[in-house]
Design a protein around this ligand. Sequence first.
Ligand SMILES: Cc1cc2nc3c(=O)[nH]c(=O)nc-3n(C[C@H](O)[C@H](O)[C@H](O)COP(=O)(O)OP(=O)(O)OC[C@H]3O[C@@H](n4cnc5c(N)ncnc54)[C@H](O)[C@@H]3O)c2cc1C
Length: 381
Amino acid sequence: MDFSFTQDQEDLRRHARDLLEAVCPPDYVEKCDVEGRAPREAFDKLAEQGWLGLIIPTEYGGAGGSAIDLAILLEEIGRQSEELAMWVFRTMTYGGYAIMALGTEAQRKRFLPKIAKGELTYCFGLTEPESGSDAAALTTRAEATGNGSYLINGQKVFTSGMDISDYCLLVTRTSKRERKQEGITMFLVDTKLPGIEVRKIDTLGHRAIGTTQVFYNDVEVPADMVIGEVDNGWTSVDACLWYERLCLSAARTGTAQAAFELALDYAKSREQFGRPIGKFQAISHKLADMKMMLEISRLLFYRFAWAMDEGEPTRHDAAILKLYTSEAYKAVTDMGLQIFGGYGYCMEYPMQRFYRDARLAVIGAGSSEIQRNIIARSLGL
Ligand SMILES: Cc1cc2nc3c(=O)[nH]c(=O)nc-3n(C[C@H](O)[C@H](O)[C@H](O)COP(=O)(O)OP(=O)(O)OC[C@H]3O[C@@H](n4cnc5c(N)ncnc54)[C@H](O)[C@@H]3O)c2cc1C
């Protein structure tokens, strides 16, 4: 068992941190949140440095990095801006990973070099108004036209970043079968195609990029945009969701670390009753718990990244990872806000943003209840 990073990985972390501190400072992150605009400038700077190609094989213009490398990068981006990390992870997962793992050679040649250069961005359309946790119950239809294309009709909800992405990895139903997990097919859909209508949803957090409702009315998509197998796409959706769990956990632990550091600094500088509030056990124990949760989260996501590189991740491990890291993120930001007292509740200070953004972690991408169900099932319950 070896818990150390290689020198290249240490360098990757340092370079990423230096760059991010320069291109994505706190006032920029706050501005994006307040104005509800995507951190495009920071994304472009990361792309210029080739970071979007980190996991893409070298023959397609990437760096050929591992899942551990990706976890390091996302932890660092999350530390600076969770929304930027979400954008990068979506492009890397629903673009890079999906096409690498499930795409045809023609799709790899067409898309991967552009993703590596940061020229294309991606989002994911799975959830529908009537199928959230029960995701496989989706009803958005894709019907073959007989002319080398499919017509897509239906409605998605919570497609995050649809309005700023070039493509959406869209999960559709291509045939009705006995099991709802059968008859499912994924497409790469150009987000600007005729028949697509996008409406922004006003949300508590994640306001820089945000999320959308998307209507598909007779949207014609070429058959060569199918990703994976026709009618047999559910296992491919699952593969993407596991990758997503790694990315989300790494990014959110980075963000939780940033919230922890703010709270720690505040506890050392804010004085009440003639001493720093960090000297009160009620506060110092909170910080000790926050630190412990961060350490456990890091162990979990790096272990999962290692298992991915070894080709051995399990559904049960993915569920524990998602459950623990998102509950820890929520708890850390909640305690952080408490440590800031009344100032934590003010929009002028960044802790409220951490608190708002963290609330999604235990709901989206498989809620905590669903992760507990998966773990319980793995115990034979
Ligand atoms: C801001 C935001 C961004 C999102 N981004 C995306 C995205 O980019 N792409 C995408 O496809 N989706 C996205 N989602 C959707 C997200 O994954 C779903 O909201 C989530 O899966 C829950 O589905 P639901 O909201 O329909 O809740 P429901 O499934 O209706 O659940 C409601 C409550 O019931 C609980 N529950 C449901 N079933 C069970 C059960 N069997 N056992 C115990 N409890 C249960 C849930 O845990 C939850 O507490 C996003 C959501 C939000 C809010």
